[in-house]
Design a protein. Structure first.
Lengths: 369, 331, 238
């Protein structure tokens, strides 16, 4: 490298910001392409499970980012809304039988319930300190979790509910038949109902994600950022802070509930572990912080990293636990079941040193300080 | 109406709420002996939760720090107490009442001491770097809670652990046709003693005066020449120690504990401080007693509503008084 | 005249805002010294920077030959500097007695000083055991000042003590300040020129984070042209 190029590199630090931005958007676009073609790239069932999970969580985490990243308020009730969408759909499918009408009605009821609860919680506790809000949502979410396990007549309790989904989505459904009545294959992949289900999840997720990108680039997003940066000033300028916060809380809740519908339809099973547990809330928090608060696109990166880590970190710990089998306590700490311990440590370090997350750091904005 | 509210104020104001609760419950339950049993159970539970909540409330009031990891101290207290009691099985089950109680006291003391030590570590390492930044504070203390819970799982395993109860505190005291568990009386008395001690420290000592002043206006306390950071550590350690003490008491009360205990109690503790108002131990006591009573009455009257009932109680009180029943005076 | 407190080219930022742009100020020992200036000129920031409540980014603050720029607020306070903030900093939930007891070095009152405070502000004695939030605005201000003088202090920094007070109370304040200034140096931030004129021996005018005038209060009071120039700058803006 010549002295001259060094000098230009040093003199134009602003150049690096578009560079980081390009990397982030490039990665996100690449992930999007992989997800769009996932059934053809990774035809095995397990990989499709992972791809669908990633799609659903991107929506869930991005909707949480709307809240935490663009208003600076912390809610622990996001899985509650997710669970409402999932449970309402599941109960409708169970009682009405496998039809699109059940998904539509159940989903609508779930979204409505999420909206009403969000309005109630928002108006009740967004008036007071942000820290109250975190406590109230945590309490509300725990109550919902207990209710789900106690009202077992409706929810199946700890065991959850299994049900059928419309036949259109079944693997046996042939979307296209060839002359012999066999399912048509494209690049060796059967064009069956399972594929249709994946694309149902993918396209819905994509639409919601683009919608959220539009929301934060709209005047609403600008107002929210103004409120986050300086609440008092925003209030003084004349923005009704409580109204805006309640609005974004409701939007986030509704999108989370829709993500819940996707989850319920994809899994054909809904229970506390997959739709309501506190572990999911922690996953969401980790994903949004790793990806980068206040960026929306960070959600994509956070979800992918966390999901892959959940698979591979466990394997790594398994190896480490065996290697240290003779040392006291260490194998217990390295037990794959303790992987949350290390994620917790990682989380703390991230919040200390990279509060802007991966996308936030690269883009050079977002985050909270 | 005005005269009525003035009268209510004169006879204790919001402190009458638990009494009103007890009266309503008496009418609904309609069996005096059951009512007495439930009331005592509610008071005992309230006192234990008070131990856990008072620290959280004071820490928030003084430092503006809401420690979402507070329940980790409760869990550690419970498990350490269980381990100590298990290690002293011969004292715990022996004939000598003095040794019974000594074992229990040692268990509680060990839990409390560990709570203080962990509190020191927590304040220095986890919380101090993020003072004044609520978002990161919530996230970091939440991360610390995850780590703490996982550590408990790693150390004590995931299976429920039995907690031996000292022989002298087993069984019940029978008065007429009412049977009251001895341990509940013990829990209530210990809680009341701690409350009295806290009240004295806060109202009769110089440190207490500084804490009360600090809750109102930290900057002015510094401008008057006092190191507020030292006060922070002291209060954080004391609050954590109280939480661990509450956890130890709770372990003895439940006689079977699981690592999920901290998370379950944290919800109750949050509800208590929201109801009571942040920053005052009077508020914490009031909130804890109400939550304890409601939990026990409702568990008897409408078993499936137990936790939801406290949530409803919290919502109602938030609507009525957004800052809780007895928040600390600010400014 | 010897300066008890000296600021030399002090720069202070609050967040992203640059508030003090090099304040240089000598506060002579003894008497009342007034810092005048319009809203937002940097008066409060100057006091808070002296007190260590905000950190100076550049420059030095010297108190009795000691550099206190980087010291902690409690240590600055213990050197003998008292601070009465604009909002008075009263602890509303504490009684008058507790408020004043907090300001004593070891928790006990010096009988002589207590008597003097009671003589200056009889209301303090009257409400001794009452919680301070129940006091009127003027009484709260008296409590804030009592707290600052209950121990021997070398310098008292007072931020707009007359704000919102009735004229009769202001007159009582003038007498009290004259008495306090017999053995204490007072640095007074003020917008009320009549009050400042009645008390001040020297005056400095701050504008936009810089000292734009320094001199004796008597000269400024006599020089109407200077007054017009400085006070239209500093007072008419609001």
């Amino acid at each position: 490298m010549t002295a001259a190029t060094l000098e230009t590199a040093a003199a134009t630090p602003a150049r690096r910001i578009p560079m980081g931005r390009a990397i982030v958007y490039g990665v996100v676009l690449a992930i999007g392409l992989v997800l769009a073609t996932a059934p053809f790239l990774f035809p095995d069932v397990r990989s499709q499970e992972v791809a669908a999970r990633i799609c659903i969580f991107i929506v869930l985490v991005a909707s949480y980012d709307l809240l935490i990243g663009y208003t600076g308020i912390v809610s622990f009730a996001h899985t509650m809304f997710f669970g409402l969408g999932a449970y309402a759909t599941a109960i409708a499918l169970k009682t009405m039988g496998p039809g699109f009408d059940a998904i539509l009605l159940g989903g609508a009821l779930g979204v409505l319930a999420a909206l009403v609860l969000a309005i109630l919680i928002g108006l009740l506790s967004l008036r007071v300190k942000a820290i109250f809000f975190a406590m109230v949502t945590l309490a509300a979410a725990s109550v919902m979790l207990v209710l789900a396990s106690q009202l077992s007549d409706f929810t199946g309790g700890e065991d959850g509910i299994t049900y059928d989904i419309p036949r259109f989505f079944a693997p046996a459904n042939k979307l296209f038949e060839d002359a012999d009545g066999k399912v048509v294959r494209l690049f060796g992949v059967a064009l069956n109902g399972r594929l249709a289900l994946y694309y149902f999840v993918f396209v819905t997720a994509l639409v919601l994600f683009v919608l959220m990108l539009r929301i934060v680039r709209s005047p609403l997003g600008t107002v929210l950022e103004a409120i986050r940066e300086n609440e008092m000033r925003a209030e003084a300028i004349g923005y009704r802070v409580v109204a805006y916060r309640t609005a974004i809380f409701c939007i986030a809740a509704v999108i989370a509930a829709i993500a819940g519908i996707l989850r319920a339809v994809w899994l054909k099973y809904t229970g506390p572990e997959v739709a309501l547990s506190f572990a999911i809330m922690i996953d969401i928090l980790l994903m949004v912080v790793i990806g980068g608060m206040g960026t929306i696109v960070g959600a994509v990166i956070g979800v992918v990293i966390m999901t892959l880590a959940q698979f591979y970190l466990k394997d790594l710990m398994e190896v480490a636990a065996h290697a240290t089998a003779d040392v006291p306590l260490l194998p217990d700490l390295l037990n794959p079941e303790r992987w949350l311990l290390w994620l917790g440590v990682l989380f703390i370090l991230l919040v200390y040193f990279f509060p802007a997350g991966i996308a936030g750091t690269l883009i050079g904005k977002g985050g909270h300080k | 109406m005005k005269a009525l509210s003035a009268n209510i104020e004169r006879f204790g104001g919001v402190y009458l709420l638990p009494v009103a609760l007890a009266v309503i419950a008496f009418v609904l339950i309609a069996q005096p002996s059951t009512w007495v049993t439930l009331t005592v159970a509610g008071l005992a539970m309230g006192m234990m939760i008070f131990l856990m909540a008072s620290g959280l409330s004071l820490i928030f009031g003084l430092m503006d720090v809401l420690n979402f990891g507070h329940s980790a101290f409760v869990s550690f207290g419970a498990f350490v107490a269980a381990s100590v009691l298990a290690a002293m099985a011969s004292w715990v089950h022996g004939e000598s009442a003095a040794l019974n109680l000594l074992a229990l006291m040692l268990a509680i003391a060990a839990a409390t001491a560990l709570g203080a030590a962990l509190g020191w570590f927590f304040e220095r390492v986890i919380v101090k770097p993020v003072y004044k930044d609520h978002l990161r504070q919530i996230l970091i203390t939440m991360g610390a809670l995850i780590v703490a819970e996982q550590l408990i799982l790693a150390i004590w395993g995931g299976v429920p652990i039995p907690v031996p109860r000292p022989r002298v505190l087993e069984g019940s005291v029978v008065i007429g046709n009412v049977a009251i568990e001895t341990y509940r009386i013990f829990a209530f008395v210990l809680g009341a003693l701690v409350y009295a001690a806290l009240h004295l420290v806060l109202n009769r000592t110089r440190v207490g005066l500084l804490i009360r002043a600090g809750v109102e206006n930290r900057e002015m306390v510094e401008a008057l020449g006092f190191r507020i950071d030292r006060l922070f550590i002291a209060v954080f350690m004391a609050g954590s120690a109280l939480a661990a003490m509450g956890g130890a008491m709770w372990a003895g009360y439940q006689s079977l504990i699981t690592p999920a205990l901290g998370a379950e109690l944290m919800i109750l503790v949050f509800i208590v401080v929201i109801i009571g108002g942040l920053g005052s131990i009077e508020g914490s006591l009031l909130g804890a007693i109400m939550v304890g009573l409601v939990a026990n009455y409702v568990a008897f009257l409408f078993p499936k509503m137990a936790l939801a009932s406290n949530m409803i109680l919290m919502m109602a009180i938030l609507l009525w008084r957004p800052f809780g029943l007895k928040p600390a005076v600010k400014g | 005249m010897n300066a008890i407190l000296r600021l030399d080219d002090v720069h202070t930022d609050i967040g992203q805002y640059h508030i003090l742009h090099g304040v240089s100020l000598d506060v002579p020992e003894g008497g009342v010294h007034v810092l005048l200036g319009r809203n937002g000129a940097g008066k409060t920031t100057t006091l808070r920077t002296i007190m260590g409540l905000w950190r100076a980014r550049r420059g030095t603050i010297i108190f009795r030959e000691r550099v206190i720029t980087a010291m902690r607020t409690p240590d600055i306070s213990r050197l003998g500097i008292a601070y009465v903030p604009e909002n008075m900093g009263i602890f509303g939930g504490l009684t008058i007695e507790e408020n004043m007891r907090l300001a004593t070095a070891n928790g006990s009152f010096d009988k002589g000083r207590l008597d003097r405070v009671m003589a200056l502000f009889p209301a303090m004695e009257k409400f001794w055991g009452k919680q301070a939030y129940a006091l009127s605005g003027g009484q709260k201000q008296m409590l804030a000042i009592s707290r600052a003088i209950i121990e021997k202090r070398d310098v008292i920094l007072i931020d707009e003590p007359t704000k919102g007070l009735a004229p009769s109370i202001i007159r009582a304040m003038i007498d009290a300040f004259r008495d306090i200034a017999r053995d204490t140096t007072i640095l007074l931030v003020e917008q009320n020129f009549l009050f400042a004129k009645a008390l001040g021996s020297t005056v400095a005018v701050i504008d936009d984070g810089r000292i734009v005038h320094r001199g004796g209060m008597a000269e400024l009071a006599a020089d109407t042209a200077l007054q017009t120039r400085l006070l239209s700058l500093s007072l008419e803006a609001h």
